[in-house]
Ligand binder design. Sequence first.
Ligand code: M6R
Length: 614
Amino acid sequence: MCGIVGYVGREQAAPILLEGLSRLEYRGYDSAGVAVCSAGEGRLEVAKAKGRLKILSDMLHGGADISGTTGIGHTRWATHGAPSDVNSHPQVSRSGRIAVVHNGIIENYAELKAFLKEQGIPFASETDTEVVAQLIEYFLETDKVGLLEAVGRVLRRIEGAYALGIVSADVPGQIIAVRKDSPLILGQGQDFHMLASDVTAIIQHTRDVIYLEDGELAVLTTEGIQCYSQLMVPIEKKVSHVDWEIDAAEKGGYEHFMFKEIMEQPDALRRAISPRIAEGQVVLEDFHLDEAYLKSLEKIYIVACGSSYHVGMVEKYIFERLLRIPVEVALASEFRYMEPIVTQRTLVVVISQSGETLDSMAALREAKRLGAKVLSVVNVVGSSIARESDQVLYTWAGPEIAVATTKGYSTQLAVLDLLALYLGRLLGTVSQETYDQGVAALEALPEQMERVLERREDIQYYASQYFNHNSVFFIGRNLDYAMGLEGSLKLKEISYIHSEAYASGELKHGTISLIEEGTLVIALGTCGRLFDKAMSNVAEVRSRGADVLALTTESRQEDMAHAASGVITIPDAAEIALPSLGVVPLQLFAYYVALMRGCDIDKPRNLAKSVTVE
Ligand code: M6R
């Protein structure tokens, strides 16, 4: 989704903005632009270009062609109006003296645009954002108010989701920042201040950040940041310190962020798991949901999108087995429209790597409105979902840059596995043996995952055999089915191969008609108690001509080798750890296939890292 960066200070702004935008490229975009104010001359220069940021950067000779020490920059992911130079941001007012960058959607833009047109104001673009720039100027001119007041008047009229950065040629040396339902953070430095959609864009300059709450507004100058409440009352905000290292957001010698992040998984798991296990017990230190409340739970709802939803699908099986409480998994984009049955005895678990996914955020608010408590599992510290939840468990995976999530997914699994064991013990629903096995399996997981990663050449070999296929089916039962959902998504999002995941038993109810000579079926059979069933399903598709690549545990390799064309193995482990181990070969398979097909792995077409529009 769109990325925003802003800088006000003593340095030339354009090179800083371009560098910041390059760190936001991973979010997904189709055009880029900057607007820079030069204090002395009261001049506002705007440069924008459709396509990769490099086009804009080359056009401006790395920023040298545009001078001024205050500026805003943007990478656009088109919503209103096709990707084009004119629809790119910053959008400017009629006079060209106000420039705006925006992430989100102004829902009532058509009505506002009609009003402004009636006043004789011409529009240059098809964007909803231009309305904001034009409306600010309209209030400046007709109401004769200052810039801050004009922005305040605009905020009272616009509806929807927005993070905005605003500059004016008439007030150089100042940026106004606003947010509602879209991410925006402020960075505090010595003699400079910044704003950005996420911390990766500013971490090279400062790690001291301010998180704006919904409806809040801030004025940034070289000297400081003044924040205001929704009612435009000046407020004090806490400054938080981000402890991510800049290296964590760089490729560090790897060809792709996705591969780097796959390889980082054992360490990410160590960070997520080790501090939460002590002397064979799960210890959730800052977990403060009341014991009586937890014991009163009648239902758990897991709500998320994409891969995080797939984590929910795995955890439904694990939670129900360990807790004997009904668990429903819902797509966040559906949740608020389905009249969910949520009461005060429902715990809603929101899973989100970014903590900014708009649908997940909306589901969280709906759950709270209905009286539930919300526990979120989030990677980005201080993100909106984390801040609005009653309880947050961080995954501590470090920054995830590749659009296709990998370490985000596996650390979410680990944290929820720990939670399931913790609650199972608290509720008395898990046996001592299962608990001990589960804890031991999670402790062993990072090291076992290293072994899976060491065997990556086997996966590379299978990728070379199958990368030309146009359609792939993933089949499995129970945890293997849930894991297949993620394997299938990984493959389609980065390699553009059509792929489906099916519960094996469901195949014969329709989909098996698609199996023909040479169809690739990836059969997942890691779950020991269902292994015989997995074998039967392999036989079923093979007898119809499918080429079967199977995934199972080391102890079952030989048996599976009789049935499948190829077998990939993971170490034997307690059931709770199998999806975490099993997903790694699937991530690697998707990665190598995409590599062999020449795809843009870290920035797959049409996709954005954090989906901040509905
Ligand atoms: O940041 P979130 O976990 O809320 O993101 C949810 C999905 O957009 C995300 O998991 C998406 O499906 C991944 N890019 C898939 O790899």
